[in-house]
Design a protein around this ligand. Structure first.
Ligand code: SF4
Length: 451
């Protein structure tokens, strides 16, 4: 993030910019976060994959990258983008409201080197039994859940075709009008199974095409996908993009378009904190500054691979240049975390009156003033009747972001920190954890523009 709009400057306090902070107490405070970030990155590299070198100015996909392609919609503050079409389920996934994904089994006949399932707490891919996902749906109905979208995933759910079909039936019966989708590698997706799923009311099927397991597998997958197009309303492909497979992906996009596939979700490739040898052998490196806000995100639990996002953007542009009918949606790893932050923060936001829930990224934010600046800031805030909190031991005063504008007349150039925080539950208590600091000044900050 950062300056983009005229006169508006909000910048992350990073290792590179720390020396530009003039206020000594703010500098000391911010340096703790830089130390935490450095130690996180050092621990991540212990899993066998190094961080790529930072490219100055590379901030990922932004609306401006597609200024010549107005048909590209950049969404979720640059964390995703799509052209032509994307599934309504992807829209619902952003905040995770009215949607849930059910795991039938973690068993899978494949061994994809990038698979995140071994990160799941109860991972045991030898476990033969399928989970009772119909009972899970019934329990959600009993609890009063209201779903617009549900999904069935694995492992490979079609290892259990009866249970997969039953899930679609149950979902449609318990939640009339719900959109049901199923994720599969294509294994077990025979014509008979596809017809039964369609008859049960399956709205969308998403195939992952395994490019890392040889071209025979790709051809087989395309054959199954071709059969699915004739019976399931929306057929999609969803797969991570390897930074070195752009040529292969271009061919695949054209072939999927020929098959009349509705869309493809290009996923940013992630490192799941294992198989480091395989990632290194392929020459992959971790994306520097992997997330706007570094945190222990629970979804997937890994870090993005450098170059995958750029490859996705190139493929998005390629489809436009070729006038393909296929909808193309880029989904970054960070896009998948938005719902988690929203769920953790939205319901507890009222407990922290000095903080506001950002409509842009859903972190709880406040302003902080440090050192000698605290006295004059407190004077203005007291005069204006604005609440604030003092943390004398850390030499800062915290106040609402909305009040920054009140300082513009008398204290336009003082350095302020914008604090990002997330709510966590610990021992039954909700606590606030601060994760990131940006630097701004009253003269260069505009609440209305960014929150
Ligand atoms: S097909 Fe999916 S579940 Fe199976 S190993 Fe590959 S990524 Fe994991």
């Amino acid at each position: 993030m950062g300056g983009g709009r005229e006169g508006f400057v909000v910048e992350k306090i990073s290792e590179e910019s720390l020396h530009l902070v003039g206020n000594r107490s703010l500098r000391d405070y911010a340096s703790r976060y830089i130390a935490i970030e450095n130690s996180f990155c050092a621990r991540a590299e212990c899993f066998g994959v190094a961080f790529a070198k930072k490219v100055p100015g590379d901030v990922g996909i932004r609306a401006g990258d597609f200024s010549n392609a107005p048909s590209v919609h950049v969404c979720n503050d640059g964390k995703s983008a799509f052209a032509t079409w994307r599934s309504s389920a992807c829209d619902a996934c952003r905040l995770g409201i009215g949607t849930e994904t059910f795991v039938l089994t973690l068993q899978c006949p494949h061994r994809c080197f990038f698979c995140f399932n071994p990160n799941q707490a109860d991972f045991d891919d030898r476990r033969p039994a399928a989970r009772d996902v119909c009972r899970q749906l019934e329990m959600r109905a009993e609890q009063g859940a209201v779903f617009t979208h549900v999904a069935l995933t694995g492992g490979e759910p079609l290892l259990f075709p009866e249970e997969s079909v039953a899930f679609v039936h149950c979902a449609k019966e318990l939640f009339p009008g719900v959109h049901v989708r199923l994720y599969t590698s294509g294994f077990g997706a025979t014509d008979e199974v596809l017809h039964r799923l369609a008859y049960a009311g399956l709205d969308e099927i998403r195939f992952s095409v395994k490019t890392d397991q040889g071209m025979t597998d790709v051809e087989k997958a395309l054959e199954v996908i071709g059969s699915a197009v004739d019976v399931i309303p929306d057929v999609l492909v969803e797969m991570p993009v390897m930074p070195d497979e752009i040529e292969l992906m271009r061919d695949l996009l054209v072939r999927l378009d020929d098959l009349r596939v509705k869309g493809i979700n290009l996923l940013e490739l992630g490192f799941p904190f294992f198989n480091g040898d395989e990632f290194s052998r392929r020459g992959y490196e971790l994306k520097p500054d992997p997330y706007c806000v570094l945190y222990d995100y629970s979804y997937a639990g890994g870090l993005p691979i450098d170059g995958s996002e750029r490859a996705c953007a190139e493929l998005l542009e390629f489809t436009l240049g070729q006038n393909l009918s296929l909808g193309v949606h880029y989904c970054s790893m960070e896009n998948k975390h938005t719902g988690q932050i929203y769920r953790q923060n939205a319901r507890f936001a009222a407990l922290f009156p000095l903080r506001s829930l950002s409509a842009r990224d859903y972190f709880l934010k406040s302003a902080k003033t440090f050192g000698d600046d605290r006295v004059p800031v407190r004077e203005v805030l007291s005069r204006e009747g604005v609440d604030f909190d003092d943390a004398d031991e850390l030499d800062f005063t915290e106040f609402p972001l909305e009040a920054v504008s009140l300082l513009q007349g008398e204290l336009p150039d003082i350095e302020l920190a914008i604090s990002y925080a997330v709510c966590e539950s610990r021992n039954g208590e909700v606590i606030l954890r601060e994760l990131r600091l940006d630097k701004t000044t009253p003269a260069t900050f505009d609440f209305a523009q960014d929150w």
